[in-house]
Design a protein around this ligand. Sequence first.
Ligand code: ADP
Ligand code: MG
Length: 721
Amino acid sequence: MNARQHAIESIGTQTSLRQGLVDYRTSSLTDIYASCVFTESVQKERLPAEIFDSLQQTIKSGGGLDPAIAPAIASAMRDWAMERGATHYSHWFQPLTGQTAEKHDSFLTPSGPLKAIAKFSGNELIRGESDASSFPSGGLRATFEARGYTAWDPSSPAFILENANGATLVIPTMFVSWTGDSLDQKTPMLRSLDALNRQALRVLRLFGNTSANRVECTLGVEQEYFLVDRQIAFQRPDLLVCGRTLFGAKPLKGQELEDNYFGAIPERVLAFMTEVEFELMKLGVPIKTRHNEAAPGQFELAPTFETTNLALDHQMLVMQILRQVARRHGFLCLLHEKPFAGVNGSGKHNNWSIGTDTGENLLEPGATPESNAQYLLFCSAVCRAVHKYAKLLRLSAASPQNDFRLGAAEAPPAIMSVYLGKDLTDVLEFIANGSSDDFHHDDSIQSSIGLPILRKLKRHTGDRNRTSPFAFTGNKFEFRAVGSSQNSAAAVTVINTIVAESLDYAATNIEAGLAEGKDFKTVVHDLLREMINEFRPILFNGDNYSMDWVEESEQRGLPNLKDTVDCLPVLMEQESIDLFGKYGVYSQSELHSRQEILAENYCTVCSIEANAMLRIAQTMILPAVLRHKANIFPALTTITQRKILQELDENLDLLVQSISELKKRLAGVRPQMDVLEKAQYYRDVVLKGMYALRVIADYLETLTEDSIWPLPNYFELLSIR
Ligand code: ADP
Ligand code: MG
């Protein structure tokens, strides 16, 4: 037996589970929930009344914090955190690495010779300095101005992260350069929320709504992931280095039997999930659902939706806790979008809606005819936005990892379209044409503003189209293209901004109509008709995975940006610069920096993977095949047996050739190429060389004696739990 087989055997005989963490018969779910969060009720209990009111006012209005109240808040936070075992505090932010960042500082502050006090000042709460030069900035920050700073975001509450030997008070922050450019994902996202709020309120006021003070968007992000046993994962350098398998023949049994989705959750996995949920519950993350996903070894967890900023911070915590807790249960959690070729990839479904601070979901058909017209207008504004800015939306989910998923057979394609379901499509067609296939006047009540309201619309339609990248699901849109390891903030920022632009367009149009003396009904009806005729090509209720759709979408003039490299130019198109500039979400230099970072990241990921492939091929695969050949060689005497040898030899030759070919291609990267050229070269030349090497190595896996093959195979990785 080789090391791989030993590892597999030991997993098979291992029986103990990690358990006894918490006894829910004596501890209640509701007491544990948010027990590590500096919640509104903790704030109320611990802050002087006027300071509490002022903080709440800041949080609700989204405005700036009065620095005068910061010291009192900081000291209340410190007391609360120290009672819970915290010794340190940390500003926590989301730089453009895709991960979160933290730097811990102790409360301990010397107050004299060998004397100390525990201190956390107002200044330390609201602002932290950070050397920005070690984070990606895409040229935003010249090396002579390396400072960046983190600024407290009061709209996301502080929380405590426990560790094995203590705890840290964590302060969610934004991360900006000294010149005010955003170096993170959160700052533009908060700006986009503001843009959406302003434009949505304008539309609501036109519909006579005077009670709403703020429009917020809500977000519920479903997270898919794989679990692989650590003992065997450690024998796969590709999984450890790249988060995905660079080699691996098709498994003996994959998902063909369709016996995984919603199947019984394996005991070891359930023990893991329960601990993940316990940790997340303490942090106030409202995890609701857990289940097996379609592929073997693939699972999903979904929270109840929350306001967007909080949901996004929570989403980053979900990924962190999944990875951490996996280790305690002997698993490696893979958040990569496509860890296994030929097996379902992992996504992150962003359920997005907009609602008022008075509790009205603006994407939900209302009780009155007027609110139905308003609902149709908001839905139409979203469709118009997706149609007009399909390329930006596509770009928002682009990453080298997600390239292996989008457009592959099981994932929503790279072509953006909107699924509305039959009922809503029929109503829109009826508004646009005065008639539609299946929609009759007697199905509807003619509303007081002249729009048809389908009784059916009042119910959530059960319809689902799992192939659509942007599906309306009753009272929210579900953007399914985002990858499992991505920070959803980028996608949410784009959705908020493009919808804000559509609402701006709608409000401006209605205002102009009213100014011309037209009546409200006519203006809204005309506007809807015009918008529907404009965005009609984006509506598609059919199978997004079919080849016919690729052709049809092309005829409809919809863009098909197949990969990250295709998406890169979109960031610097005039239309993008104008859009983000108009709503103050990204400046031109911020957009440029994002383009640089994405392109650099694409090249780096590709280069790391190509080099890892070469190393594995040369130091693991080639020696294994040679050993196999030496083993069987003496036994091969007859002509038939010699044919076995001949096949092996031919493939060995091909392996050696594709190794040297990939080296040659890698060596072709020239320093004088600009970053976009370089990204193109990696995609067109290096990736193809990697693919060729993989095909031959995977074939050799099926020819080589099992006890010699060093890499745990797909069946072992996917099915052993
Ligand atoms: P599925 O898409 O698998 O059928 P659900 O209908 O249960 O799942 O919803 C999936 C996600 O959508 C959950 O995270 C849920 O909280 C979220 N969601 C539901 N309503 C809204 C809303 N108004 N805004 C944002 N997200 C929502
Ligand atoms: Mg879903």
